[in-house]
Design a protein around this ligand. Sequence first.
Ligand SMILES: Nc1ncnc2c1ncn2[C@@H]1O[C@H](COP(=O)(O)OP(=O)(O)OP(=O)(O)O)[C@@H](O)[C@H]1O
Ligand SMILES: Nc1ncnc2c1ncn2[C@@H]1O[C@H](COP(=O)(O)OP(=O)(O)OP(=O)(O)O)[C@@H](O)[C@H]1O
Ligand SMILES: [Mg+2]
Ligand SMILES: [Mg+2]
Lengths: 250, 250
Amino acid sequence: MTRIIAIANQKGGVGKTTTTISLGVALSRENQRVLLVDLDPQAALSVSLSLAVAQLRETVYRVLLSEVPIEQAIRGTHSGPDILPANIDLSAAELELAAQMGRERFLAEALQPVSSKYDFILLDLPPSLGLLAVNALVAANEVIIPVQCEYLAVRALTLLLSTIDKVQAKLNPQLRVAGILPTMFNGRTLHSQEVLDEIRSTFRVHVFPMVVKHSVRFKEAPAAGLSIIDYAPDQDGAQAYTALAKELLQ
Amino acid sequence: MTRIIAIANQKGGVGKTTTTISLGVALSRENQRVLLVDLDPQAALSVSLSLAVAQLRETVYRVLLSEVPIEQAIRGTHSGPDILPANIDLSAAELELAAQMGRERFLAEALQPVSSKYDFILLDLPPSLGLLAVNALVAANEVIIPVQCEYLAVRALTLLLSTIDKVQAKLNPQLRVAGILPTMFNGRTLHSQEVLDEIRSTFRVHVFPMVVKHSVRFKEAPAAGLSIIDYAPDQDGAQAYTALAKELLQ
Ligand SMILES: Nc1ncnc2c1ncn2[C@@H]1O[C@H](COP(=O)(O)OP(=O)(O)OP(=O)(O)O)[C@@H](O)[C@H]1O
Ligand SMILES: Nc1ncnc2c1ncn2[C@@H]1O[C@H](COP(=O)(O)OP(=O)(O)OP(=O)(O)O)[C@@H](O)[C@H]1O
Ligand SMILES: [Mg+2]
Ligand SMILES: [Mg+2]
């Protein structure tokens, strides 16, 4: 059964794209067949894997509009996983789909022809709770929530969990939260630890035992077109994502 | 002449909201009359200034729909500036305005009755380049662009500047970029400095001379309901924003 995991958090810059790439590559190193889906018009996922997105004609946007078959838009990457890329055209998707019947199910239907080819499909969401995010939550059976341990994160988490509850109630009963992943963690400050403790005690959701610490290697890796797993394999960051992959495979 | 400044960058988590609050408070300490406008449905600006946003009936959303007069929705804050707050209702705005005539001008028209009361109106944008962002770029006469000095920032900047060019050409000839502000700067790594140098040499846009360094104080300040100017006045962060306010006042 293909595990389709939405990497979700409407707050900006909390590590969704980094988690999608790093976890995706870590899973493929465990011999899993992995597809990464870029659902953000800003296409950071696609760019970080060295795709020249502006010139792309076959993207997730055109797949959602049934203009291109999904098999044609999926490409390999040099890191291991396959990718269904995005570019700025996707910014038109929400408006275009908004008026259509079954508008929350376009992605679920688009993934149908290929899902059996993969063990894991990871969906990289944009920083919003609009129609693209809802499509992802309807297509997915699990959600991983990267969270930056700082004050404002708790409120965003509350809103996200209530949105997931609504989607589960009305559109996708199988949806469950696999866990919260603390990211960009600064172990040397009390603030991060306090917020992490608050998250663990406040929410009835699993919080993964591993924490992804802040490291400049994450900033450098996209410039090299590599995931952290290939760029700095011996450091904490790569090890945290490898541990997360193993935890998911248990 | 009221200076209306859009704090813009479609990339998530780069310091837009932090810049709006910190610069706004710094300007009010220079005896400027300041209004902060929250244009993000996630309402981090409003929350950081201790507003209970969920209960708010008078928000920027209802002002844009002409359901509430702007004077009624504007509130004072304990930090100095006034605020026109947001809450999650604003997420319906883009869809609702999309079909209406003059849809890019709603904010400009909404601000008209009050702009002469203020020396500065700062607009806090969401992490996207949708209709709310375009409304802000049409209402504004200047743009400040907070930029995190890392690899992916340069691409986002290119897209933002081309969007500003388009708005200037088609909708708002007065719009100009006041400058790029390097944020969350990690002075100890070569990567940040390299990206900053690349930004300075690549773009024909002013890059402000001050840099806002990374500091955990910024993470703690919203928990105290304070801007960095009040929370940690003697540290680099507060001084960088105070210097930015003075530079804008020259
Ligand atoms: N552990 C980490 N340490 C340091 N930097 C990190 C870490 N994880 C991610 N980053 C960097 O922080 C920035 C934001 O991360 P990322 O793009 O993954 O967040 P995001 O949630 O996908 O953002 P958006 O909401 O804009 O899509 C990127 O430059 C990324 O390289
Ligand atoms: N100089 C800094 N040092 C450390 N943390 C910072 C700094 N500036 C901002 N932050 C923190 O980083 C996080 C993101 O900042 P902020 O919310 O201002 O970004 P944003 O661009 O408005 O995000 P979004 O795209 O989600 O609206 C916040 O928790 C904020 O407190
Ligand atoms: Mg992302
Ligand atoms: Mg913000």
